[in-house]
Design a protein around this ligand. Sequence first.
Ligand code: PRP
Length: 186
Amino acid sequence: MSRPYVIDQLISAKSIAARIEELAREIEETFAGTEKLVVVGLLRGSFIFIADLVRELDLPVEVDFLEASSYGNAMESSREVRILKDLRGQIEGRDVLVVEDIIDTGHTLERVVAFLAARNPRRLKTICLLDKPARREVDHKADLVGFEIPDAFVVGYGIDFGQRNRNLPFIGVVRFIDEPPVALDP
Ligand code: PRP
């Protein structure tokens, strides 16, 4: 039987929506005049973020998905990033924005950027909703970050714990009920 836990709210749905509006304006500025921006969501964690982000973007966009996995169902990274599903479309000579839910060790984003850069896009930028700098193992930064967060186990808004809780409309922190609460300082 799984260990019982509760979820403490870290970032509200309202704060996420407000930040996405700001991020969308920055993306519109960066890619102003683009013929069509290919917005690439990394499955599965980014599915809610990309859905909200593209609806905020006043640019011509195409949506595609890539699946990379480093975690399986465990809480710790195996540091082995596998490309499980490739893009459907071509990106050579095109403007591309990679949409990620969270940067933890940095291995996933680093591997995905190298994988896509090899196809010679015109411009390749990355956006990540959450950044956990305390956990970084490789020197890789997203071009745009929604929120820097403390080293806590977060769920919701697309992010899972053992494939649960992706459907929460906010970002929360998992707290096992036999542990004291984590000091949250977003
Ligand atoms: C999680 C998360 C990021 C990655 C970040 O994906 O969605 O893609 O790990 O970790 P890193 O910076 O340490 O590489 P996961 O492999 O759990 O797959 P999921 O998106 O399907 O949940």
